[in-house]
Design a protein around this ligand. Structure first.
Ligand code: 5GP
Ligand code: MN
Length: 348
């Protein structure tokens, strides 16, 4: 955390020196980091006597339902009137794990209009800093959960990190690093994690709760996606999986069931870019993952209405699956050279 950010935290500390009405918000289709960082901050602020509510735009996946206190989160899609009242009354709104207000989907309109102070804690590239009163934003950090840990640390609050807070933070770190397989080249991430384990986190148990919770139909959907719905463009070191609404119905799709599917094509040695298309009601949701130096953030910003991180990004397409596949295929030749690399022990 740099000097400016530490300075921002000092100002926030002052703001928090009185009991406040606080709302914590996070992005649409919340993932482990969104929910973990939100719930950790929620418990921490409640311990300090603030009135705190956490609002998510839409439902979180079931594999996060064990996170302590998560059932208290207000799902905007289900309880919009209550959420609107809370946001109207809030003095402070924390904005966790998103870099632009529009990432909160249905919440965005109200967030844009709120008179509360907006505090950003996030690790995505190019935050829209003008939208926030305070910004704690760095792209070098594994997860927003790690940033929330740093935030608590700089507020002098480490002693308040009890087991529920530690577990929530751990959930954010472990999911956003793919179980410590990417975005974890900083020793700080491991130091924070070691501290969380020292505070009661049972890493093996949480791993099982997060990852070993598939229903039979979810595992079969994964098998089907790879076997029947994967296109490999070897010449562009790219693979794409697509899932139609009918596919999802066939496998009794539940929120979160497609999570992680996009990572599998990268297990192939020569595949450096993986894309998952999921057909939704009014658009095609696009997920991108890359290995090594190919920036999916740049790629998606340029072509597919979204962004994210260097090696993980999301986007949207407003046409059919077939046309979306064609559109992807059409832009790949431009990137042929950028995508053509193989990792060796010596390369980065
Ligand atoms: P996922 O593929 O898991 O939905 O998203 C991968 C990463 O990209 C996540 O860190 C997520 O926050 C980010 N992301 C997903 N969709 C969007 C988007 O539409 N815009 C931006 N800027 N980032 C996104
Ligand atoms: Mn994150």
């Amino acid at each position: 955390m740099n000097k400016i950010q530490v300075d921002q935290i000092k100002k926030i500390k002052k703001l928090l020196s009185e009991k406040r009405k606080i709302v914590i918000t996070t992005h649409n289709n919340p993932d482990g980091d969104a929910i973990g960082s939100s719930m950790a901050l929620y418990h921490f602020l409640i311990k300090h006597g603030h009135k705190v509510d956490a609002i998510v735009p839409n439902m979180y996946p079931q594999f996060l339902a064990w996170i302590p206190g998560v059932s208290k989160m207000i799902v905007y899609e289900n309880k919009s009137a209550k959420a609107q009242t809370l946001l109207a009354q809030a003095e402070i709104v924390f904005c966790l794990d998103y870099n632009a207000i529009h990432r909160t989907g249905s919440l965005a309109d109200i967030l844009e209009r709120t008179e509360a102070k907006r505090i950003l804690i996030d690790h995505h590239i190019d935050p829209e800093t003008d939208s926030f009163d305070y910004c704690i934003s760095t792209v070098d950090t594994s997860s927003t959960a790690e940033l929330v840990y740093n935030f608590i640390q700089h507020l002098g609050g480490l002693e308040f990190i009890d087991k529920p807070i530690a577990e929530s933070l751990y959930a954010g770190i472990v999911t956003d690093t793919g179980s410590f397989s990417f975005s974890c080249n900083n020793n700080e991430t491991f130091e924070v994690t070691a501290d969380l384990i020292g505070r009661g986190v049972d890493a093996q148990k949480l791993h099982r709760l997060i990852y070993d919770t598939f229903s039979e139909s979810r595992l079969r959907l994964l098998g089907y996606a790879i076997h029947n719905r994967m296109i490999v463009w070897e010449e562009f070191n790219t693979a794409l999986i697509y899932l139609t609404k009918a596919d999802l119905k066939k496998f009794d799709y539940q929120v979160g069931d497609t999570e992680g599917i996009v990572n599998y094509p990268l297990n192939m040695e020569k595949i450096n870019l993986s894309i998952l298309l999921t057909e939704k009601e009014k658009m095609i949701r696009m997920s991108f993952r890359s290995k090594g130096k190919f920036s999916v953030n740049d790629f998606v910003r340029k072509h597919f209405n979204g962004g994210g991180h260097m090696n993980a990004a999301g986007g949207k397409s407003f046409t059919t699956i077939e046309k979306t596949i064609e559109n992807v295929k059409a832009v790949l030749p431009v990137y042929k050279k950028d995508l053509d690399y193989v990792l060796s022990y010596k390369s980065k």
